[in-house]
Design a protein around this ligand. Structure first.
Ligand code: ZN
Ligand code: ZN
Length: 334
């Protein structure tokens, strides 16, 4: 679906690009007013569908060479599909948060190095060699992504689009340098993958990612709840208005997962791999080993994120030796 996001917002256009379940589609947005025009994310590039980004620009009457810049909410593959081509075609700066350098290194570094790093990281968390290999085989072998004109953003920066002022909010968690864009006058939020309507974004801990991504995520969604947001424009799915309800749902989802993680550690210390195998997955209906290998990979990162958050809350501790084991901190009598 292409066109204006909402009839009354003449400065915001959206392309919704089909992708596979469960997300079904990914959005990219064009913010344009006066001489300013920014693409926010560049969508996904499935082989079989037309180039929605070019159509989006032409429907909005903006030639690619007239873009002011490309803003990335984060550097996951489903949000940067046309980036290489658009960079080469337009030469415009690519605006992203400084902490997304970590995501670029994890996803787009040299394949052999990434695989080696992840392999020893899995090993340090007690994942058997065969189980690790199954998950590692799902890592795409994509070549390095080169940003030709990166412009590194910080939280609190303001991006002017004509008369509009979009504030950059660092919303770390789903990726280290994930950002949302907030326009205070209309209380509009471009959420990226931080808050979605029908899905819980993956919050994982990975080699090189900042410690306690779940704690960062929970802090930043609570902050969003304080902004009085009217409309949210997500990275996947349709715009929505009830962001506070969705934030509440996310917080309780993670509280359930934290409780499951604590229950998995009752009785004896366990590795993260043992914890992942002890907690229920997919609406409590599947065991870890039943998940497809790619989902096991993501679920393992989630398990680590929950363990790190419990550690930050001083509820669990871990050993330093490999494989790392985790245990519940004994409560001391007052
Ligand atoms: Zn993402
Ligand atoms: Zn996404």
């Amino acid at each position: 679906m292409l066109g204006l996001v909402m009839q009354r917002e003449a400065d915001i256009h959206r392309a919704s690009v089909p992708m596979e379940a469960p997300l079904m589609s990914v959005n990219c947005y064009l913010l344009s007013e006066g001489d300013d025009a920014y693409l926010v994310d560049t969508a996904w590039t499935p082989q079989s569908t037309p180039d929605h980004v070019t159509t989006l620009l032409s429907e909005a009457g903006v030639r690619p060479q007239e873009l002011t810049g490309i803003i990335l909410t984060h550097c996951h593959r489903d949000h940067i599909g046309h980036l290489v081509r658009l960079q080469a075609m337009t030469g415009v700066p690519v605006l992203l948060h400084t902490d997304e350098a970590k995501t670029l290194s994890l996803i787009f570094g040299a394949y052999a190095r990434r695989r080696r790093e992840l392999q020893s990281w899995f090993q340090s968390h007690g994942v058997p060699v065969g189980a690790a290999a199954d998950m590692l085989d799902t890592i795409p072998k994509t070549q390095t992504l080169e940003l030709l004109r990166p412009h590194w953003l910080s939280g609190g920066d303001v991006i002017r689009v004509g008369s509009r002022r979009w504030r950059v909010l660092l919303t770390s968690g789903h990726s280290p340098g994930h950002i949302c864009l907030f326009e205070p006058e209309r209380r509009l939020l471009l959420t990226g993958d931080h808050i979605l309507n029908n899905e819980s974004p993956n919050i994982g801990a990975w080699p090189g990612s900042p410690i306690d991504p779940l704690g960062r995520y929970m802090t930043s969604v609570r902050y969003l709840a304080s902004l009085g947001i009217d409309w949210s424009l997500p990275g996947h799915g349709e715009p929505f208005q009830d962001v506070e309800r969705l934030i509440g749902r996310q917080l309780s989802h993670h509280q359930f997962r934290l409780n499951d993680t604590m229950a998995a550690l009752a009785g004896r210390p366990r590795t993260a791999f043992e914890v992942a195998n002890s907690v229920p997955w997919v609406r409590r209906s599947m065991r870890f080993e039943q998940l497809p290998a790619r989902h096991r990979y993501l679920a393992f990162g989630e398990t680590l994120a929950h363990l790190q958050h419990l550690e930050a809350l001083n509820m669990v501790q871990r050993s330093m030796a490999s494989p790392i084991v985790w245990w519940v901190v004994a409560k001391t009598a007052e």
